[in-house]
Design a binder for this molecule. Structure first.
Ligand code: HSE
Length: 298
C-alpha cells in the first residue's frame, strides 16, 4: 500500500498588527503527516511521534478530523492509517495544531491527485483548528499551506502578500504552555474606537510596506493594540526581551500567535545573530529553560 506524506511548517500568527488575519510561515520547523490506505472501512491514528499528550481518538485529533471532512466531501469510504510526527511543542504559539492540520490536508490532497484547491485545503485545515481550540481561525493554516505571509480576508478569500527582501525571524519559546482557548478568553470583546482607528491605519500601512519593500514603514506599523496589552502579562521576560530586540535594530517584536512564544523580525542574517545572542544571554543568566528557532522568510 502506498503512503502519502506531507510537511507543513510552524507559523507566526497575528504578526502584531493583524489579529486573527495575518500569518507568516517559518521554514524547516514543522509537522509531518503520513497516510496509508488500510483496507478497513474506518480511519486509525497508528502513531504520534513527539506528541505524548495528543489524542488517538479520531473524533478528537485535528489531523483525522480534517481528513474525515475531506473524505466526506468526495464520498471516499476507504479507511486510512495516519501517522503524525510533531516537530515542535503543542501550546507553544507557533501553530502546532495548524501545522498538523495543514500537513494532513496536504497529504490527503496528494493521495487524491491534488484535486483540492489551496483555498479548500485552508478551509478543511481550519476544521482541525476548531477541534484543537474551539474556533476555526485561519491565520495559522493559511501560511502553513500557502507559505510566506498571508492575509485572511474571510473564509472564502485568502491573500498571499509579498515578503520583504532579506527578512529573518527569531522565535523564542520559553517552555511553558498557554492554551489558545485560555489566551483568547482573556481578550476584551470590545475595542475602543481610538484603538480601532489606529489598528486600521497600521494594517493598511503594513500591507503598503510589503509592496514597497519599506522596512521603516513596516517597523512603524507593527503595533499590537488588541492582544499584547492583555497577553504579554502571561509571558515571563516579555518586556525585557522586547527591549533587547528593539534596542538592537529589530524591526518588530511581539507575541507569536497566542503565546508563549515571542518573535522578532530583523533585516539580514547579521542582525538576527546579534539579537539572538543578546536575548539568549539574558535568558541564560536567569536560568530560563527555552528553545530558540531562526528562519529566513520567503
Ligand atoms: N489568532 C489566534 C490567536 C492564533 O491569537 O488566538 C492562535 O494561534
Amino acid at each position: 500500500m502506498k503512503t502519502f506524506k506531507a510537511f507543513a511548517p510552524a507559523t507566526i500568527a497575528n504578526l502584531n498588527v493583524g489579529f486573527d488575519i495575518l500569518g507568516l510561515a517559518l521554514q524547516n520547523i514543522g509537522d509531518t503527516v503520513e497516510i496509508t490506505p488500510n483496507q478497513l472501512n474506518y480511519n486509525r491514528i497508528t502513531e504520534i511521534v513527539n506528541g505524548a499528550n495528543l489524542p488517538f481518538d479520531v473524533s478528537k485529533n485535528s489531523c483525522s478530523v480534517v481528513i474525515q471532512k475531506m473524505q466526506e466531501s468526495i464520498n471516499d469510504l476507504q479507511g486510512l492509517d495516519i501517522k503524525i510526527t510533531k516537530g515542535f511543542a503543542s501550546g507553544s504559539g507557533m501553530g502546532s495544531s495548524s501545522a498538523s492540520s495543514a500537513a494532513a490536508a496536504m497529504a490527503y490532497n496528494l493521495m487524491q491527485n491534488n484535486r483540492f484547491s489551496k483555498l479548500e485545503l485552508i478551509q478543511f485545515a481550519g476544521e482541525g483548528e476548531r477541534i484543537a481550540c474551539g474556533a476555526a481561525h485561519f491565520d495559522n493554516v493559511a501560511p502553513a499551506i500557502m507559505k510566506g505571509i498571508t492575509l485572511v480576508k474571510d473564509y472564502n478569500c485568502v491573500l498571499k502578500l509579498p515578503v520583504l527582501e532579506d527578512l529573518f525571524a527569531l522565535v523564542i519559546f520559553q517552555q511553558i504552555e498557554i492554551k489558545t482557548a485560555y489566551s483568547r478568553s482573556i481578550l476584551p470583546q470590545n475595542i475602543p474606537l481610538k484603538d480601532t482607528v489606529s489598528q486600521m491605519a497600521n494594517i493598511g500601512s503594513f500591507v503598503s510596506s510589503l509592496y514597497t519593500n519599506d522596512y521603516k514603514l513596516f517597523s512603524k506599523s507593527m503595533i499590537d493594540l488588541i492582544a499584547e496589552p492583555h497577553r504579554s502579562n502571561l509571558i515571563p521576560n516579555f518586556k525585557e526581551m522586547k527591549a533587547i530586540a528593539l534596542q538592537n535594530e529589530a524591526i518588530a517584536f511581539g507575541i507569536s500567535g497566542s503565546g508563549p512564544s515571542v518573535f522578532c523580525l530583523v533585516k539580514g542574517k547579521n542582525s538576527l545573530e546579534n539579537i539572538q545572542i543578546k536575548i539568549e544571554n539574558y535568558l541564560n543568566n536567569k536560568n530560563v529553560v527555552y528553545e530558540s528557532y531562526t528562519s529566513k522568510i520567503e
